[in-house]
Design a protein around this ligand. Sequence first.
Ligand code: PMV
Length: 318
Amino acid sequence: MKPTFATAPGKVILFGEHAVVYGRPAIAVPVTQVRALARVEPAARGAGLTFVAVNLERRYALAEARRDDPLAEIVRRVLVHLKRTRAPDAVVTLDSSIPIAGGMGSGAACSTAIARALSAYLNRGRPLDDDTINDLVYQVEKLHHGTPSGIDNTVIAYNRLVYFKRGELIQTFNVPAPFQLAVADTGIRSPTKIAVGDVRKAWEAEPARYERLFDSIGTLAHDARLALEEGAVDKLGWLMHTNHVLLRQIGVSCPELDALAEAAEAAGSAGAKLSGGGRGGNLIALVNAANVDLVKEALLRAGAKSVMVTMVGEGERG
Ligand code: PMV
């Protein structure tokens, strides 16, 4: 069989994280500067399937993987879907530049890349379609994140900007006026499952307060969609700033993220917010040609471990 490979992008959530778990809308975009890359190549007859996880510097056999190993989980699901009773004799190599547990969808991107490369390997170069990949990746996300909304696998499997509401058809839209975001990494790895679990406990303790906060976040995501569709980038900064304030109120920010948000805005960003599960991971700040260098410098001075600048709206499929 011929070697195959596939890649999947990272993502950032522009608006609506956490509230999206409770049925409110959210907006997410792929970030193609960071990627997961999976490669499948033949191994000796009888060798079984072996993983090489480059970032973790690990090599292990599928047959010896722990039951909850995420790479093994996606492989098993692809095999079941393709009605294969045994794994091929192959090496599956995974290499990713997406920070792990950094709110950029690393888990969903790794699963997506593996599902595409492996299904293409077993199917004469033809990978499974996006809908099926999305569904299989969501099944794995559920094992590791408890109650995921499904936004990560959706934005990554379809590789397009999405307006996502749980249980509804995926909506996408065009962004006529592209804009730049600085994505600053706190360097703090914070598993999404823990933040999502803590929000659930807080919501159970104070349902009315949390429902109000989720409603406010959902309204921001709705208003942001209108602003993006109109090309009214000037309205986005305030919406992002307000979304961050609400995320602080639901308890998923941390001093490091707040310091980065403050520093970005003081250096000229029209608005900044945490992105993803929070408590660490990444902060996104709206920037433009006039302030991008100043904001980048300010973020690094305020403790960011790295800052990447990405463009939203260019080449979106509508
Ligand atoms: O931390 P990330 O990139 O996995 O984003 C999680 C987004 C949440 O809304 C917090 C959880 C979810 O399942 O939607």
